[in-house]
Write a protein that binds this ligand. Structure first.
Ligand code: CA
Length: 239
């Protein structure tokens, strides 16, 4: 069983997380202080850390930086503020995912499973054993979206996507042929549209396209609509 350490000073939030994670089969531990979390993480095997940004003794960012000096354990941030999201998304901190409060504990549990899957299960290697388990596939066709595992297959091949690439591609696939503006796609990433992030979308799309080309050099499923945004064009035989 994967072991999750929850570092959160708000008891009600910690309680809800521990309850849901426990009911989904995770072994859970809880501490409300970053310092205690760090000392435990030095000696105990933990598969994933859920780390609140606003903690009494130091920020979650500082804690994560300190953690990264001795451990690669996956970290999911809990955050309450958009400016904190910007720092997490900047990836200067080494986080694997984040959720914004208020959140659904069930969604957190699903994200935890997705991260463990991507990271190969962390210290306990659980992901390697569950790799062959097939979760329900939301949509079939040239693309197959596996929402709980945050995975997308293109022509049967699993794509190695970052979290942002996954969210963008999932959004494009959700409504074939619909043209999404950069602002709408930024919203998918949880970023404000008014501070020059538009080019980030272009960068993620470019990276996505090169990953799709590795699978099929001819197909260009993502279309650019100059001056507006992007759309997913299904293959001709899909209609
Ligand atoms: Ca807090």
């Amino acid at each position: 069983m994967p072991r999750i350490l929850v570092v959160e000073d708000e008891v009600a939030i910690a309680d809800a997380l521990l309850f849901v994670l426990g009911s989904e089969g995770f072994i859970t531990d809880w501490t409300r202080l970053a310092g205690e979390a760090l000392s435990r993480l030095r000696t105990e095997a933990v598969d994933l850390v859920i780390l609140d940004v606003g903690l009494p003794d130091m920020t979650g960012f500082e804690a994560c930086k300190a953690l990264r000096r001795f451990s690669d354990v996956p970290v999911m941030f809990l955050t309450a503020r958009a400016d904190e999201v910007d720092r997490i998304v900047g990836l200067e901190i080494g986080a694997d995912d984040y959720v914004v409060k208020p959140f659904s504990p069930r969604e957190v549990a699903a994200r935890v499973r997705a991260i463990l899957k991507r990271s190969g299960g962390g210290a306990a290697g659980v992901g390697a054993q569950t790799q062959t388990l097939q979760a329900p596939v939301a949509r079939e066709g040239e693309f197959a979206v596996d929402e709980p595992l945050a995975q997308i297959r293109f022509l049967g091949r699993p794509l190695k996507l970052t979290l942002h690439e996954f969210r963008l591609l999932e959004k494009l696939l959700s409504q074939p042929r619909r043209v999404w503006s950069r602002e709408q796609l930024l919203a998918v990433l949880g970023q404000p549209a008014d501070v020059g992030y538009e080019r980030n979308v272009d960068g993620h799309i470019k990276a996505l396209r090169s990953k799709l080309r590795e699978v099929d050099a001819q197909r260009e499923p993502i279309q650019t609509h100059r001056g507006f945004g992007y759309s997913y064009q299904p293959a001709a035989q899909d209609g």
